[in-house]
Design a protein around this ligand. Structure first.
Ligand code: GLY
Ligand code: MN
Ligand code: MN
Length: 437
């Protein structure tokens, strides 16, 4: 569980960085599924990270230089007639008591109350890349303050994104965050291990999906962290296959990419295994290659290593293997540099993981890759995909039919530690012996 004191510490840490600026964060909107039916509300991750407040139509303001109020919340007021329809609201009073705001107002008063927190700020910290309509609100305030600048002699002369500061914070997970992630991982591990026992020829992909998502909810997860991919046979070559409606056959591989969200923290796991008892010889050869690429890539997850190193390692292992199999030919350095392997491996080997599945945080600073440090969590997920219609790049060998229809990905969630790394998801087996039965 993440305590209120931790949210407060995060706000303090951010405020120390913005000095005499004012930072503004908007909650997520209510999203419509169709007509007037709404999706389950999902809070904006930046907003949640700083407030723990889980309602729409809210704005958080951090004004470290303000004399009285450093943390201000604008929220939906308590309104019984509305709450009867759309659920409980915290309301203005409790926003102060429960969420530690120095001051709180009804959201309808935003235009009236916001200027007092901007007038003395030297800049506005606000991310313009998310909500066009709210951008207009902020830009209107800014223009007005600029027009009246000479009267006061103070006011924000620039708008800057909060992302570099905030996302660098989000990138390093606290002990409490890791506890949430471990919970998401434990539930997802259980679901994967059950799915492997449950899958068999004759069953449909959606039956496996149902078993997985049943466990997610049964164990208290919010649900899937992303649409579950349950892809058998040649469907495994479609990276984001989510129809999940095919009947599985003997000799198919089944690729399952599924993870749950627990209290907004996500797990992201992929395993690929035979639906029947054994790999075919070609499936086994490619599986062992992807597994080797993944294990060698995981070995590169060490504090001090640049972020790209594990991807580069995976690519090299895969390319060497594909050359040995006659699926790629020529000079290895040229194949890698010119990305001639891309018909078989078209995505990167991982991403940051946390409050978002593809989590916040820079991968590069200018020309330099981010250096891994303790508290970072990444996925390591190499794959090979040889679809029925995959074409080699010009000048590369024709693809023998025996390889077609095979898609394999193996994905683990890996924490960078002071000593090296910890594979958080290692309780889902992945050796050839464990995948066969
Ligand atoms: N399941 C989404 C991903 O692996 O990035
Ligand atoms: Mn995944
Ligand atoms: Mn992933």
């Amino acid at each position: 569980m993440i305590l209120h004191t931790e949210y407060q510490e995060r706000r303090e840490q951010l405020m120390a960085k913005i000095g005499s600026g004012t930072a503004i964060f908007k909650s997520a909107p209510v999203a419509v599924m169709h007509n007037d039916v709404e999706y389950a509300f999902r809070q904006d991750s930046d907003f949640f990270y700083l407030t723990g407040f889980n309602e729409p139509e809210a704005v958080a303001v951090l004004a470290p230089h303000h004399e009285e109020h450093r943390f201000i919340l604008f929220v939906q007021p308590k309104e019984r007639e509305k709450e009867v329809w759309t659920g409980y609201r915290t309301g203005v009073e409790a926003a102060k008591e429960k969420f530690g705001a120095d001051e709180a107002y009804p959201i309808a008063e935003l235009d009236e109350k916001l200027p007092q927190y901007l007038e003395k700020a030297d800049r506005i910290y606000y991310h313009l890349g998310r909500d066009r309509k709210f951008n207009d609100t902020i830009l209107d305030h800014w223009q007005r303050l600029m027009r009246t600048y000479s009267k006061r002699g103070t006011g924000p002369f620039a708008i800057e994104s909060t992302n570099p500061i905030l996302h660098a914070m989000r990138q390093v997970k606290s002990a409490a965050e890791l506890e949430m992630m471990r919970k998401a991982v434990a539930i997802s591990v259980e679901a994967h291990n059950h799915a492997r026992d449950f899958a068999q020829p004759g069953r449909y992909e959606y039956e496996v999906q149902a078993e997985i998502e049943h466990i997610f909810r049964l164990r208290g997860a919010l649900g899937p962290a992303y649409p579950s991919i349950v892809a058998s046979g040649a469907n495994s070559c479609v990276l984001h296959y989510i129809e999940n409606d095919r009947q599985m056959q003997d000799n198919d591989l089944l690729l399952i990419d599924a993870g749950c969200a627990y209290g907004y923290y996500n797990a992201d796991i992929t395993r690929t295994f035979p639906v029947g008892n054994k790999f075919t010889p070609e499936q086994k050869i490619l599986y062992e290659l992807v597994l080797r690429a993944q294990q060698d890539a995981i070995a590169q997850i060490q504090p001090g290593n640049p972020y790209n190193q594990f991807h580069d390692t995976a690519v090299r292992v895969l390319v060497e293997g594909l050359m040995d199999l006659g699926l790629l030919a020529g000079d290895i350095e040229e194949i890698i540099k010119e990305e001639k392997y891309k018909p078989f491996y078209m995505h990167r080997t991982g991403h940051w993981l946390g409050l978002d599945v593809h989590d916040a945080g820079a991968y590069k600073h200018g020309e330099n890759w981010q250096i891994l440090q303790p508290g970072h969590v990444v996925t390591v997920e190499p794959g090979l995909y040889i679809g029925m219609d995959t074409e080699p790049v010009e000048g590369q060998p024709a693809i023998d039919e025996c390889w077609r229809g095979i898609g394999i990905r193996i994905e683990d969630d890996v924490l960078v530690t002071a000593e090296g790394h910890e594979v958080m998801t290692e309780a889902v087996p992945k050796s050839v012996e464990d995948m066969e039965r």
